[in-house]
Design a protein around this ligand. Structure first.
Ligand code: AMP
Ligand code: GLY
Length: 445
């Protein structure tokens, strides 16, 4: 048989059989635009739905107006549309048990699901749970105590005993805003009181973790795991504060660089040995089903990695920098994860640097305007735009959130990536547009 015929038979066999997938992606931010973009590029993708999606995901598949926390409705949609796989972007549906719902409801077991069980999602859903988990499995992290409202006096006493700065963390989900760091013990005591009384972060801070301040360099690593095996994904550094030189309030993230240049082989080995492997082993030992991503927020103190937080998803905007660096077929990777076949899977990564800059609404993370027309989106060449808070209205793209667009550039190094990113940023415009000008600057040699 001629080579071309055998090849076409092979392709027909592969893509004409079960491997062609119909997928529902949950979420609607820049991260989901990046995920949708990679999924839709895969030859294994037959149809991609995104709920609720945004104007960016609409360029990669079909947006569906579903209330994603109504699991019955989501399941109905999945069954009616004969979907094969559900992939969850954000943490909230996971913490609320979406994975468990799909595992337990009749007639849904054949659906492949990427996202951990509610028990696994507790790593992000409860800081106190995460700290106790790390303690049980000897995973390095800051020393801590956790307090409920009934233990307020003990909490105040603890603050008076420890040395500043004081790190106070709301136990539950607080949209990335639940951490307060304070230098004064009076302020920390006042904050602890307000947190425990529910005045600061509502229900999320009815329990508070007070922990030791770690002085070091921050970075994040990401893995995908099927609960038994895991694969490393590219590392990233996030720029969380709104202002240049890390000043002003925390945001969801103003930019990212991947890989982290100071994360050499020795440090990465330590991270795997001391943090990643014990985490995966701990999940397995505690019989916590986990199929999905783990995002390890780390503080490197004198070369030693400590966990400052777990997230049970990809980061945003980290995903916008990491996913373009994954050379392997992203959907195939998700499929291997959801079928417990990660062990033999090889994740290929591009050596280039990815730098993502978030263009934000003026006023973010406080009050900002929306519905403002965005200009300069037309031709993408040499960079990729990921839409975060973008909506299409009367044929025009308008702002619809605090973080509006992520510009990602892949280049030989940070300097070159910065040049292209900032050149691109100068061509995009909407009223009040704001971005940090120092993304990646601190990492230049
Ligand atoms: P999180 O919301 O957990 O990502 O925390 C927000 C930020 O607070 C982190 O990015 C760190 O910069 C900082 N942070 C959290 N925990 C600590 C800690 N124990 N020591 C020093 N900084 C911390
Ligand atoms: N950029 C940080 C996060 O996604 O939590």
């Amino acid at each position: 048989m001629p080579k071309t015929v055998s090849l076409s038979w092979f392709i027909l066999f592969i893509f004409g059989s079960k491997l062609l997938m119909r997928i529902l992606l949950i979420g609607g931010g820049g991260r989901e635009h990046a995920m949708a973009w990679r999924i839709s590029q895969s030859p294994l993708c037959e149809t991609l739905y995104i709920a609720p999606g945004n104007a960016g995901t609409a360029l990669c598949g079909n947006n569906i107006d579903l209330e994603v926390l109504d699991f019955e409705k989501v399941a109905e949609f999945v069954v009616e549309n004969k979907l094969d796989m559900v992939v969850v972007g954000p943490e909230e549906p996971l913490v609320r048990g979406m994975c468990d719902f799909f595992a337990e409801a009749p007639g849904l077991q054949h659906i492949k699901f990427v996202g951990p069980s509610a028990a696994g999602a507790m790593l992000e859903g409860s800081k106190a749970f995460a700290k106790a988990f790390m303690e049980r499995h000897d995973i390095p992290t800051a020393a801590y105590r956790s307090f409920t409202e009934e233990q307020l006096d003990e909490g105040l006493e603890y603050i008076r005993k420890i040395i500043p700065p004081y790190v106070l963390k709301a136990d539950g989900l607080a949209a990335g805003k639940g951490v307060v760091i304070s230098n004064s013990s009076e302020e920390a005591e006042r904050t602890l009181t307000e947190m425990l009384q529910g005045k600061l972060f509502g229900e999320a801070s009815k329990k508070v973790v007070v922990e030791e301040f770690l002085d070091g360099r921050e970075m994040s690593v990401f893995v995908i795991t099927d609960g038994v095996n895991y694969k490393m994904l590219p590392s990233a550094k996030d720029y969380k504060r709104v202002g240049e030189h890390d000043t002003g309030p925390n945001t969801g993230g103003m930019g990212t660089v991947s890989p982290v240049p100071f994360a050499d082989d020795k440090l990465m080995e330590r991270i795997e040995e001391r943090i990643i492997r014990p985490t995966i082993k701990g999940l397995r030992e505690e019989a916590i089903p986990y199929c999905g991503f783990i995002f390890f927020g780390l503080m490197i103190v004198n070369g030693n990695p400590n966990v400052i937080e777990y997230n049970v998803r990809l980061g945003d905007p980290e995903a916008e920098a990491i996913l373009p660096r994954i050379q392997s077929d992203f959907l195939e990777l998700l499929h291997n994860c959801s079928t417990g076949q990660l062990k033999s899977y090889q994740v290929e990564t591009l050596p280039q640097t990815a730098l993502t800059l978030m263009l934000c609404s003026g006023g973010y993370p406080g009050v900002y305007e929306t519905g403002l027309e965005i200009k300069g989106l037309e031709k993408e060449s040499g960079y990729k735009l990921f839409y975060a808070g973008v909506k299409k209205q009367n044929g025009k793209y308008v702002t619809a959130g605090g973080r509006v667009i992520g510009i990602t550039v892949l280049a030989a190094g940070i300097e070159e990536a910065r040049k292209i990113v900032y050149d691109t940023a100068s061509k995009i415009d909407f009223k009040g547009m704001y971005y940090r000008r120092d993304i990646g600057k601190d990492l230049l040699k």
